[in-house]
Design a protein around this ligand. Structure first.
Ligand code: FAD
Length: 317
């Protein structure tokens, strides 16, 4: 939610006013916090926010937005700051609105298979709660231990299982947002079947915080997949990858399909904590989750590692 004009926010009276809108200690202006909360993983821009504010309620978010409008201050919504496109960067004296303290899963509905999340719920937290209830939240990536549901919605995050489960967009049943005016909108009301008019929910998903703050999201959950098998297949050339995908996809419900090169594998093996999947070298490899293996694809050559422990390490889902 970036205003076009950013006023200098060095005036202490403005910060003092901001402090009255949230709980004590929930506005930070120290150098370390400004540095940490002013950037994401891109690290291309020098972070320079003027303050970080941590609301705990929707009402506090509304109050912050109204305060920002009154004083023409730009706000940057901030999740886990794992984004790779600098969308959460504050480099021009903005106030960063962090959802670190709005991090509760408010309800799990086993009948509807949904979980009502505050925006600061960490992706992995939702995955774990789903699993504890015999369900499954399939959006997953290497940053799941740090990224937040609000940020996932802001970026319409995809991840490694998009091929089967789609993007975050597919998993948002309903949302509560605070607009740039400070109004609250309830979007879709968690309905699966809803054919009434415009679906504003979809506009907010992937908007990178430009249209408003997500302050609550009802996320859909799924039945947990069973009998997943991870397979690693080596190919001699890059061009074989898509035919391999095609060959497998026509016969199996793939959950994930990724490729990596010998060079990338060498880096991972260099850490010493993962066994080599093959005895021989190949130029690229695919890794995917599926039901048990098919016959070998004609376009590929592969030779599994000869040691049982190595195979187990590589082939366990
Ligand atoms: C190792 C690694 C692997 C990754 N893999 C993938 C991947 O496979 N697929 C993928 O899609 N991404 C991937 N990413 C990128 C990143 O993790 C995702 O985009 C993630 O969804 C960002 O979530 P976040 O909470 O960190 O958001 P942030 O980076 O904090 O913010 C992202 C955007 O969302 C906005 N935002 C944050 N909270 C809110 C809110 N409550 N309301 C409105 N807007 C908000 C921010 O302003 C910003 O525009 C990866 C990142 C890393 C570091």
């Amino acid at each position: 939610m970036n205003c076009s004009r950013v006023l200098s926010m060095t005036h202490p009276a403005l910060i003092d006013e901001l402090k009255t809108l949230v709980e004590p200690g929930k506005v930070l202006t120290d150098a370390d916090s400004l540095e940490a909360y002013g950037k994401d993983w891109t690290k291309h821009f020098a972070p320079a926010p003027c303050a970080i504010v941590f609301p705990k309620t929707t009402e506090q978010v509304q109050a912050i937005v109204r305060w920002a409008n009154a004083h023409k201050v730009a706000l940057v919504p901030s999740g886990g700051r794992t984004g790779l496109s600098a969308a959460a960067v504050a480099a021009n004296g903005e106030v960063v609105v962090s959802f670190d303290y709005m991090n509760q899963i408010l309800d799990v509905n086993l009948t509807d298979r949904t979980a009502v999340c505050q925006p600061g719920v960490v992706t992995q937290q939702l995955q774990n709660v789903a699993a504890e209830n015999g369900l499954y939240y399939p959006v997953d990536f290497a940053s799941s231990g740090s990224s937040q549901i609000g940020g996932n919605i802001g970026t319409n995050a995809g991840g490694i299982k998009v091929i089967r489960y789609g993007m975050t967009r597919n998993w948002v049943a309903g949302m509560k947002v605070v607009t740039g005016k400070g109004d609250v909108l309830e979007l879709n009301r968690d309905l699966i079947k809803n054919a009434t008019g415009y679906d504003m929910r979809q506009l907010f998903i992937g908007a990178e915080g430009t249209l408003g703050f997500v302050v609550e999201a009802t996320m859909r959950l799924d039945r947990a997949p069973k009998n997943l098998t991870a397979m690693v297949l080596g190919t001699t050339d890059f061009d074989s990858i898509m035919p391999v995908l095609h060959a497998f996809q026509s016969k199996l419900d793939l959950t994930a399909f990724e490729f990596f090169s010998d060079k990338a594998l060498a880096k991972v093996l260099g850490r010493g904590d993962v066994p080599a999947p093959f005895d021989t070298e190949c130029r690229s490899m695919h890794c995917w989750n599926s039901k048990p293996p098919l016959k070998k694809s004609p376009t590929t050559r592969w030779k599994p590692s000869s040691t049982a422990s190595s195979r187990a390490g590589c082939w366990t889902a």
